[in-house]
Design a protein. Structure first.
Lengths: 261, 522, 274
């Protein structure tokens, strides 16, 4: 049986080439100048200096983060009650609901966003609001399903125990159900926040082109301008920010699990 | 003592299935009450109704003078220790125990005081800050008890709380629970399926079966005077014998009268008689009230468990014809085939299939490399009457063997006192087949088609004994007698004296060791 | 009483569903619109479907989407299954390293993975097109396949494989006859995830494809400034196909179960006449 461990090796090679090397390339490009040959590689912080010296770039970054945070919060506020009500349904209706919520997710994200473009075409609201509608629409199912799973996994005897100890419905929810569903909310946040920060087609399709986010910025530098070094630097900055926020969220999750310690 | 809880005709049904069939039960203050019964008897349902997690279909629960059926769980002055404890995984030991007090908005210092008192009551001082999910089973159990007791309930409900613990810890917790109950002085209602647990801890045992209460009593009452066979079998070990109550103080079984201390039955009423294994003494032959033979002796630690047979079972003897090996060899195809003659019951003829014939004749074919070949053709013509019929088995290459099927009328022996019958047939086997058998008793039963049934209701009776006196490793051609017997009257006896298997002994017991019970359903 | 109490929650769930299905409904309705308007339904017509089938770029995009999804699913499922089995028998260090690396494309924003691959292909001066698109899809699908198979392997009773060996299987036979059947649900769900990921992918495809090779997502994206109701027609067809597939996936097992019951009886019958 041990000999099966050899089956891993082809993928180790594959992963090194197609996962690790591309990541390293981004770092390499971010720290070098345009036009550098392999032999004349010169490390530089210019790309990063350029990003922070012009207020446009940090503003775009901040706008992206704000959009992602607000989208995530809206998804929690709308998604939590939905997940909670779903978990209270009869088992047949419950699976039906899950199926109904999953079904639209099978349809191409761009196609669905394009549909919203049509619906909202003549609706007199700002591009920003349209972008929010598109974002929430695309990411809400992830949030609902994550919270729903964590609610469903909960041992019903814990709720009975809370009742037994004198907690009414509201207190049972506040002191037992809600804290125990936090891991579901956290994984929901991961699934919503992460793609929301870097999304660039939803703003482009719904925001009418003048709503520039960090994703659009990266796209521009790679596709239109062709300044890959600067584009790589922006990606690296974004990746770092996401990494830090994920770390903070995980830490919060850990602390909420240790409440009262 | 004051009545604390009264169940009045509680009925509960789920989806048309009745789980509780009208339970009436009074529970007093400071009692340790155990609801005892096998899983599915309704004991947990009754507990959950009292806890407020289920609503009864009909009936009343009176708690301390008030009807509480409509009171929600969180307002009832009782607390539960759940089956798997249901500790809140997001709270530590201290916060789990403090949960109920915080809900009641008690002040911080009072909560701290009470929680600490509870921690020392259950022996978990210093564990306050621990993560509950990392505690051992026994420790989680203690937290669950403390969490319930800290609310100072009038009643503590415990739903099989010891089930998840290992044997040693369970014994420890039994004592611990009893000690805690005596210390806090409140009513404990304990649900279990473990009779030993019930006997050890309870003031009062409630034996349940199929949604009904069968018996209520102290552990001694339940053990010494079970109301019927069900309770007697459920609590402790016992010998239970069908008998007849001749008159007051005189009972009859196995054609013999015995003095006893029971009375109040109808004359000649059929009864169940219970004698506990520890109440029977093994004495010299003819010195006791019964004679018998030691069938088996098992060492159980403190004592031996000895089985003594006093009346033998119903038996039937058949002849086994052992033949030499007679494989048919087909040199051309390099194949061999073999099959044996067999006897069969006339009654089985209409349902005879090719598969049956092949199995009964043990027809096999194989090639010179000892690889099994399949039998592709079976020809037989068995008529629905007594007689001898030929039957041929053939492989696809034409290697064939012919045997005789002898159809006979069934012959069986009946035993009127045991009310049983045993049937078996003579049969043919080769030396090799007997030598190759890995479970000879089972094979002999199958080959002889031995069956036994009750004359009362035609139910199947197990063939308990297969007796023969050949050495199956060195058997030669010839005829051998084999006897198939059912189980006779056996007594289980617990004693500290070793007795060898096969020893002829006497059994003795006193009239007060006999406990007579009404038959279930009379 | 009880019904009334649940009413607000039911209404809430219905509103959520309405939100989810509004664009789908919209797309289907306006795909039959007579005029080019995206806001006024002026009359029924099939012209947008006709236009769609006559649009070569669009048909090519559909073809590329499907063929890439099918190939990427098959290859990534096979490689993923083999790797997952290997990982379950590997040393801890190797296992954890591979899993960490595997997590990279999932933890990173898709756009980072996308430009990484783009930089990789161009630095090696590989011409982007069908092959690079396929490689990129396989690369991001494999981690999902591995991730959906690993839990099944972890749940697997170790004694099962040992029992198979004990009963005379070679390790290879034990793998085929015992382990693979046990993890089939994981393999199937991994393949399904891979297919949908590939079918729906936009960002990675956008950066790794070359001229002339577009999938549906890229086609829709490049249309973002123009109004083209043919996209509604295409979307309606996708909705239709996916609904059919999902219904089949949920109904077929039911029918199969019923058939199986019939088969068991048949088997009993054949045994008795043997």
């Amino acid at each position: 049986m041990k000999s099966f461990s050899r089956l891993v090796y082809p993928y180790v090679v594959w992963a090194a080439i197609f996962i690790v090397v591309p990541m390293l390339l981004i770092v390499l490009y971010a720290f070098t100048k345009e036009g550098n040959g392999v032999l004349t590689l010169q490390f530089t912080f210019d790309n990063f200096a350029r990003f922070f010296s012009d207020s446009i770039f940090p503003n775009v970054l901040w706008r992206s983060l704000k959009l992602a945070i607000i989208t995530t919060v809206i998804c929690i506020l709308i998604g939590y009650p939905a997940a909670y009500f779903m978990s209270k349904l009869h088992v047949n209706k419950r699976t039906m609901m899950v199926l109904l919520i999953t079904l639209p997710m099978w349809i191409n994200m761009l196609v669905r966003t394009y549909a919203w473009r049509g619906i909202l075409l003549d609706v007199p609201v700002s591009g920003e609001i349209k972008v929010y509608i598109g974002m929430v629409y695309n990411f809400l199912p992830f949030m609902i399903l994550q919270i729903y799973t964590s609610l469903l996994k909960m041992d019903p005897s814990l709720i009975a125990a809370a009742n037994d100890l004198g907690a009414n419905k509201f207190e049972t929810f506040r002191r037992v159900v809600l804290p125990l569903s936090i891991p579901g909310v956290i994984s929901g946040i991961t699934l919503v926040f992460l793609p929301a920060v870097s999304s660039f087609f939803i703003p482009k399709l719904l925001g009418g082109g003048d709503f520039v986010l960090v994703g659009n910025l990266i796209e521009n530098y790679f596709v239109s301008t062709g300044d890959w070094n600067f584009g790589s630097a922006i990606s690296l900055i974004m990746a770092m920010i996401i990494l830090i926020s994920m770390f903070v969220t995980k830490k919060l999750d850990y602390e909420s699990a240790e409440v009262g310690d | 003592m004051k009545k604390l809880i009264q169940f009045k005709n509680i009925v509960k049904s789920f989806d048309n299935q009745i789980v509780l069939k009208g339970i009436n039960l009074d529970i007093y203050e400071n009692e340790f009450v155990t609801l005892l019964g096998p899983s599915g008897c309704g004991k947990t349902t009754l507990l959950r109704i009292l806890g407020g997690f289920l609503e009864q279909t009909s009936g009343e629960i009176v708690f301390d003078g008030d009807e509480i059926s409509k009171v929600p769980a969180y307002k009832r002055n009782l607390n539960t220790v759940f089956q798997k404890y249901a500790l809140f995984p997001h709270l530590n030991v201290y916060d789990n125990i403090a949960f109920g007090l915080k809900i009641k908005k008690q002040s911080k210092d009072i909560i701290e005081q009470k929680v600490n008192r509870m921690l020392s009551l259950v022996g978990l001082e210093g564990y306050a800050k621990r993560n509950v999910t990392l505690l051992s089973g026994g420790q989680q159990q203690r937290v669950a008890i403390a969490r319930a007791l800290v609310n100072e309930p009038d009643v503590l409900l415990l739903d099989e709380p010891l089930g998840a613990l290992d044997l040693k810890l369970r014994k420890e917790m039994q004592h611990e629970l009893k000690k805690i109950q005596q210390e806090v002085g409140i009513t404990f209602i304990f649900v279990t399926h473990d009779q030993e647990e019930a006997l050890t801890m309870s003031d009062k045992i409630v034996v349940m079966k199929d949604g009904e209460i069968i018996q209520i009593g102290t552990p001694t009452e339940i053990y010494n005077e079970p109301v019927d066979e069900y309770v007697a079998r459920f609590i402790g070990e016992s010998n239970i014998i069908d008998g007849v109550m001749k008159e007051d103080y005189l009972v009859d079984f196995d054609d013999k009268d015995y003095k006893c201390v029971d009375h109040g039955f109808r004359e000649n009423e059929p009864v169940d008689i219970m004698i506990r294994p520890e109440d029977i003494d093994i004495v010299a032959r003819n010195k006791g009230v019964l004679n018998g033979e030691v069938k088996s002796t098992l060492f159980k630690g403190v004592h031996y468990e000895i089985i003594v047979e006093t009346v033998s079972g119903t038996s039937k003897t058949v002849t086994m014809h052992v033949l030499g090996n007679k494989d048919i060899v087909n040199e051309e195809e390099k194949e061999k085939i073999s099959a044996s003659n067999f006897y069969m019951d006339l009654e089985d003829v209409p349902n005879l299939t090719t598969g049956d014939v092949t199995a009964r004749a043990n027809a096999q074919a194989w090639n010179f490399d000892n690889e099994d070949l399949s039998i592709s053709k079976v020809t037989y013509d068995v008529k629905n009457e007594k007689g001898v019929y030929p039957c041929t088995f053939e492989t696809s290459n034409g290697t064939a063997v012919t045997i005789n099927i002898t159809v006979v009328e069934p012959i069986f022996t009946e035993d009127a006192t045991n009310e049983e019958a045993v049937q078996a047939f003579d049969f043919y086997k080769t030396v090799d087949e007997i030598k190759e058998s890995i479970a000879l008793d089972t094979d002999l039963k199958r080959w002889a088609n031995a069956t036994a049934w009750s004359l009362e209701d035609d139910s199947v009776v197990e063939i308990y004994d297969v007796k023969y006196d050949f050495d199956d490793e060195n058997i030669t051609e010839g005829d051998y007698q084999i006897t198939f017997a059912t189980k006779g009257r056996e007594f289980k006896i617990h004693t500290t004296d070793y007795k060898k298997e096969g020893m002829k002994v006497g059994l003795s017991f006193a009239p007060e060791d006999i406990h007579v019970m009404s038959k279930v359903g009379f | 009483m009880k019904k009334l109490k649940n009413l607000p929650s039911r209404i809430y769930l219905l509103l959520i569903l309405a939100f989810f299905y509004l664009p789908i409904l919209y797309v289907v309705i306006f795909s039959f619109n007579e005029s080019k308007s995206l806001t006024n339904f002026t009359g029924f017509s099939l012209q947008w479907y006709e236009k769609m089938f006559n649009n070569r770029t669009m048909m090519e995009a559909i073809w590329y989407t499907v063929i890439i999804a099918v190939l990427a699913t098959i290859i990534s499922t096979i490689v993923g299954t083999i790797t997952a089995i290997g990982l379950s028998k590997s040393r801890r260090i190797l296992k954890e390293t591979v899993m960490q690396v595997n997590n990279l494309p999932m933890l990173n924003p898709e756009i980072v993975t996308a430009i990484g691959l783009m930089l990789f292909f161009t630095s090696l001066q590989i011409k982007t097109g069908f092959t690079t698109l396929l490689i990129a899809h396989i690369a991001f699908c494999i981690p999902y396949v591995i991730l959906s198979i690993m839990p099944k392997l972890r749940q697997l009773d170790n004694n099962l494989a040992e029992a198979a060996l004990d009963l005379g299987c070679t390790p290879w036979q034990a793998l085929i006859k015992v382990i693979i059947p046990q993890i089939t649900p994981g393999i199937v769900s991994g393949a399904l995830i891979a297919f949908t990921m590939s079918f729906d992918d936009f960002i990675i495809s956008f950066f790794t494809t070359g001229p002339g090779v577009n999938n549906i997502s890229i086609y829709v994206y490049t249309m973002y400034k123009r109004i083209n109701p043919s996209i509604n027609a295409l979307s309606s067809i996708i909705v239709f196909v996916i609904t059919i597939v999902l219904v089949l996936v949920n109904v077929v097992p039911l029918i199969r179960d019923r058939k199986k019951k019939g088969k068991v009886n048949e088997e009993d019958f054949s045994n008795s006449i043997m």
